[in-house]
Ligand binder design. Structure first.
Ligand code: FAD
Length: 281
């Protein structure tokens, strides 16, 4: 049997009690995968401040899996961030996903005291020393606002030098883009783990919209096949499960240190891939 695989799972904070109950029930199902950690997203500008905090506390204290809040710096002042870091530290949180964030349209241009994720990583290190294990974002297919790959990689290196412990990638559907990115950053002297972010495929139109916005490319052959299924959701899910399982196998065989699933608070799609990966070991 090959080496044990390591997984983590991401959630978003919900607005209702029913949504929160569902999130916790989904998280309990993932706890069977012995996750390294769960994470919970943060609405840039602090829009989910309390909900993100409550969710990580529930994940950690009730589901008994270490939980990492995402924290973004656009739209938040240093005082806001300092307060939140102190609350996380006091609550026994040890890991943070540090991001710049994207303010929702209508909230104006970038605001707040810190401009880029590297500023936030430096700030967390200044405020909390080595208390937090800091994850940052990486973009194998380039961040959509980057001028070019060289710039984007230089900016990624800046986050690592500021004190990042590990990185999670934006999702992608082409394993080679991940391998190429890892090769490039290793040549630039980066040694931290780069963990692929995995997005299960369950719905074509939502995925296409989201991928356009975040700069993740859906390869033509996948797009064409998903379009051909039209609204046959069972076929989309079966095809998506096979495509993503095969990509994950390739990533793990190629040396990916672990996999981080964007669950969208749904258990089945990520669990199905996890089961396939575990049964093929
Ligand atoms: P940065 O690293 O600051 O990069 C943003 C852009 O600026 C890039 O184009 C980069 O090349 C450039 N840049 C970086 N540093 C500099 C510099 N010093 N000088 C000049 N240019 C620079 N968003 C949320 O709002 N909430 C979340 O919870 C959330 N979770 C995420 C989790 C993961 C794993 C990922 C991959 C993304 C997540 N996002 C989240 C989205 C993220 O906030 C956006 O992709 C955002 O546009 C960039 O964030 P960043 O931390 O990568 O920014």
């Amino acid at each position: 049997m090959s080496q044990k695989h390591v997984y983590s799972f991401e959630f978003f904070p919900t607005k209702t009690d029913a949504g929160q109950e569902k999130l916790l029930s989904v998280a309990r199902q993932f706890s069977a995968c012995s996750p390294e950690f769960f994470s919970c997203t943060y609405g840039a500008g602090g829009s989910t401040r309390d909900r993100t905090l409550n969710t990580v506390l529930q994940l950690q204290n009730e589901v008994k899996v270490p939980a990492a809040p995402h924290l973004s710096c656009v739209g938040d002042s240093k005082d806001d961030l300092r307060g939140l870091l102190a609350e996380y530290k006091a609550a026994g949180i040890k890991r943070i996903v540090a991001l710049r964030g994207d303010l929702p349209s209508g909230m104006g241009l970038v605001s707040g005291d810190l401009r880029h994720a590297n500023d936030l990583v430096s700030f967390i290190r200044e405020e909390s020393g080595d208390h937090f294990y800091i994850e940052v974002a990486a973009y194998p297919e380039m961040h959509p606002q980057a001028r070019n790959l060289e710039d984007d990689i230089a900016n990624f290196v800046r986050k690592v030098k500021a004190g990042a412990s590990s990185a999670i990638t934006q999702y992608f559907f082409n394993a080679d883009s991940y391998f190429y990115f890892v090769e490039r950053v290793r040549k630039a002297g980066v040694e931290i783990p780069i963990v692929p972010g995995i997005m299960p495929i369950t719905n074509y139109s939502k995925l296409a919209r989201f991928s356009d916005a975040c700069g993740a490319e859906i390869p033509r052959w996948i797009r064409k096949q998903l379009e051909a299924y039209n609204d046959d959701s069972a076929s989309i899910q079966a095809f998506g499960e096979q495509v993503i399982t095969e990509m994950c196998e390739k990533l793990l065989q190629g040396g990916a240190p672990s996999l981080h699933f964007y669950t969208l608070n749904q258990a089945e799609p990520s669990l199905a891939i996890w089961k396939n990966l575990e049964s093929s070991r």
